[in-house]
Design a protein around this ligand. Structure first.
Ligand code: ATP
Ligand code: MG
Length: 307
C-alpha cells in the first residue's frame, strides 16, 4: 500500500480536483484505492458520492484510532467497480482536531491505524485542508509522497514554497519516508501573461519537481466534479485530455513509489520521549519574511504595469 497526499496551504487551487482525478485514474487502472477525506469541508466525500457521514468518520478515527472505528468509517463510494474505490469519510467534526500545535502522537495516529489495513489497498490518496495545522501534518506523516497543487498565481506560488519547506522539515525530523513528489500546476490559462510569468517563476523555484502536464482550466473539470463522476467517464469535450493528464501523473507517482520499500506496520515507532512533545517545537514552518513578501509584491506590481 502506497500513500499519497494532495496538499496546498492555499485554498481553492484544486487539491480535491487533483485527488479525485488521481482516484479516477487509479480506478481506470484497476487499483484497489482508498480516498481519505481529511478536509472538514468533505468535498472529496461528496465528489465520490459516498454515503454521507453516518456517525463514524475520519474525526472519530483520529480521536480513537482503533481498527473497529476505521472499519466503520470506511464506506464504498459510488465509483466502486471491480476494484475497490472506498472512502474514509470526512466530517465537519474533524475541524475540532485541526489544532495549530498538535503533539507528535496526535499527528502519528492515522499512520498507526492505516498500518492495520496495509494489505487491503494498493493506493491511498489523502485530500487535505488548505492549512498547515494538525490535519495536514497528520496526512503527511502517514504519506510516502506529497503532491503539492498550485495555480500560477502569486500567493499560490508562495504557499507552494512554504509547503515544500515544511515537508522537508517533517521528513527530516519526524517521518523520513515522506518526500515531496512534485508540484502540479492547475487552472492554467495559456493566454494569460500573469500565468506565463508565474509559470516561469515556478520552473525556477522547483526545477524537475514541477510536474507535467500542466492542467488547464476546463469546464469539464467542474462539470464532472459537480456530477460526482470520474473524469475518465465524463463525456464532455476536454475531459479525455484532462483524464490522460491524470493517467500520466499517477503513472509517474507509482513508478517512483515502486522504488520505495512498502510501508511497514509502524505502531510504536515514535520514540516515547517525543510522543507528548508539541510538533511546532520540533518543526517550524517558515513564514515568508516580510521583506521577501514586499519584494514579491513589488515584482508583481511592476509586472502588471509592464504587461
Ligand atoms: N482545471 C480546472 N478547470 C476548471 N475548474 C477547476 C479546475 N480545477 C479546479 N477547478 C474548480 O475550482 C474549484 C476549486 O477546486 P477544488 O475544490 O479542487 O480546490 P481545493 O484546493 O480542493 O479547495 P479547498 O481549499 O476549498 O479544499 C472547484 O469548483 C473546481 O471544480
Ligand atoms: Mg478541497
Amino acid at each position: 500500500m502506497h500513500v499519497l497526499s494532495v496538499s496546498s496551504l492555499k485554498g481553492g487551487v484544486g487539491k480535491t480536483t487533483v485527488a479525485l482525478g488521481l482516484a479516477s485514474a487509479a480506478l481506470n487502472k484497476g487499483l484497489n484505492t482508498l480516498v481519505i477525506d481529511l478536509d472538514p469541508q468533505c468535498d472529496a466525500t461528496s465528489g465520490l458520492a459516498a454515503p454521507s457521514d453516518q456517525g463514524f468518520s475520519v474525526a472519530e478515527v483520529l480521536q480513537s484510532p482503533k481498527l473497529q472505528n476505521l472499519r466503520r468509517a470506511i464506506v464504498p463510494s459510488a465509483w466502486h467497480r471491480d476494484s475497490k474505490m472506498d472512502v474514509l469519510v470526512g466530517s465537519p467534526r474533524s475541524l475540532l482536531l485541526d489544532n495549530p500545535a498538535p503533539s507528535v502522537s496526535d499527528v502519528w495516529k492515522l499512520e498507526e491505524v492505516l498500518a492495520s489495513i496495509e494489505d487491503e489497498y494498493d493506493l491511498v490518496i489523502i485530500d487535505t485542508p488548505p492549512s498547515i495545522n494538525a490535519l495536514t501534518r497528520t496526512a503527511w506523516v502517514a504519506s510516502d509522497r506529497v503532491i503539492l497543487v498550485t495555480e500560477p498565481a502569486l500567493y499560490s506560488v508562495i504557499a507552494a514554497d512554504r509547503a515544500r519547506k515544511a515537508i522537508v522539515e517533517i521528513s527530516a525530523k519526524l517521518s523520513p519516508r515522506l518526500q515531496l513528489f512534485g508540484v502540479v500546476v492547475n487552472r492554467l490559462r495559456t493566454q494569460s501573461h500573469e500565468h506565463e510569468y508565474r509559470l516561469k517563476e515556478l520552473r525556477d523555484m522547483f526545477g524537475d519537481q514541477l510536474l507535467m502536464p500542466y492542467f488547464e482550466e476546463r469546464a469539464a473539470v467542474q462539470q464532472s466534479t459537480g456530477a460526482a463522476r470520474p473524469i475518465h467517464s465524463w463525456p464532455a469535450e476536454g475531459a479525455s485530455e484532462i483524464a490522460k493528464g491524470f493517467d500520466w501523473l499517477l503513472a509517474g507517482a507509482l513508478s517512483e513509489l515502486s522504488s520505495t520499500p512498502v510501508r511497514k506496520a509502524r505502531a510504536g515507532v515514535v520514540d516515547r520521549s517525543i510522543r507528548g512533545q508539541s510538533i511546532t517545537e520540533m518543526v517550524e514552518v517558515e513564514e515568508v519574511p516580510s521583506s521577501r513578501r514586499a519584494e514579491k509584491k513589488r515584482r508583481w506590481f511592476s509586472f502588471r504595469k509592464s504587461s
